[in-house]
Design a protein around this ligand. Structure first.
Ligand SMILES: CC(C)(COP(=O)(O)OP(=O)(O)OC[C@H]1O[C@@H](n2cnc3c(N)ncnc32)[C@H](O)[C@@H]1OP(=O)(O)O)[C@@H](O)C(=O)NCCC(=O)NCCS
Length: 284
């Protein structure tokens, strides 16, 4: 008879860092960012950064983050392969429902690759349902692609930024993505982006672009939304990436958006091999 091991959840502590990096290296060998976000996650007192232990050893983790619109973003859910299937993921989901109840959070979302049946099944088990599928594109930073002088200016006024971005919300399916964090477009998000200097406008071409990074700003410049003269927007994004010595540009968008996809691939972005899906649940 197999006895289910006891799973203990507790808040992550500074000394867990190496162990959580180890958990990530085994559970998502092709995706490693915990070392870069460790301090940010640990310092996030509004959210929740939890580790799971079995027999006193850290074998899993999960991060609960509150986004600018007040919804919760469930991320960095990892369990080492030899401890998968024991209920750790389920415990973390149950914990997150508890956290949401305590905080009065009304919506929770997560994302995973379209092929990740376990992650999807686990989310669905807790009532999360498909909200949207997304296509990813990326491109290396390339000074050769900067062939014009752009006159984009930062929009710092939050009201103006909101007005400029929200009018393109429908064309972007109501979303914008940075660092694979899938944000619903809302006035709160637009104000947040403007506050962080991520909204730019070119008055000559009536173009607007939101770009920046939630974390790891040197690794990737994330284009959340662009509208107007697409070539000018992407040229300006490339110029910014070159100037800031950022390795790559990324842009993710709802899969059924051929216009955005054509603009990106026409500029030189290539498609990521598989799409992503966002699941969500609205709480009472
Ligand atoms: C996804 C992951 C966190 C799940 O953690 P876990 O501790 O193994 O999961 P649990 O044992 O708590 O839960 C298993 C549940 O997953 C779901 N599940 C498992 N296999 C499934 C399958 N083949 N199809 C559909 N659902 C499945 C079921 O709901 C199952 O619960 P049930 O058996 O009671 O019905 C873990 O597999 C992991 O770390 N994977 C790699 C990283 C990853 O994909 N992270 C998530 C998003 S990027």
């Amino acid at each position: 008879m197999t006895v289910n091991p006891e799973i203990v959840l507790r808040r992550a502590r500074q000394e867990d860092r190496d162990k959580v990096v180890w958990v990530e290296s085994l559970s998502t060998p092709n995706l490693s960012y915990v070392p870069h976000v460790w301090d940010m996650f640990l310092d996030d007192m509004e959210g929740d950064w939890t580790v799971a232990e079995i027999d006193g050893e850290v074998i899993g983790c999960g991060k609960y983050s509150i986004l600018p619109d007040g919804s919760a973003w469930l991320e960095t859910l990892r369990v080492v392969p030899h401890r998968q299937g024991l209920g750790v993921g389920k415990r973390l989901y149950e914990h997150w429902f508890e956290v949401s109840r305590e905080k009065g959070v009304k919506t929770m979302r997560m994302y995973t690759g379209v092929r990740n049946v376990v992650s999807k099944g686990l989310a669905e088990r807790y009532g999360l349902r498909m909200a949207e599928t997304f296509r990813g594109t990326l491109m290396k930073s390339d000074p050769g692609k900067v062939d014009a002088e752009y006159d984009f200016r930062r929009v710092v006024d939050q009201g103006r930024a909101t007005e400029l971005l929200m009018r393109h919300s429908a064309a972007w399916g109501g979303w914008q993505v940075m660092n694979r964090t899938y944000y619903k477009l809302s006035p709160m998000l637009c104000a947040h982006l403007a506050e962080r200097g991520m909204v730019y406008r070119d008055p000559d071409t009536e173009s607007v672009i939101a770009m920046g990074a939630r974390f790891m700003p040197r690794h990737g410049l994330h284009v959340g939304l662009f509208a107007g003269d697409a070539e000018a927007c992407l040229g300006f994004a490339m110029q910014t990436a070159v100037e800031r010595e950022i390795e790559r540009l990324h842009c993710l968008f709802p899969s059924h958006n051929p216009g955005v996809e054509e603009s990106l691939t026409g500029f030189g972005f290539r498609l990521e091999p598989a799409d992503f899906m966002v699941l969500e649940v609205h709480l009472e």
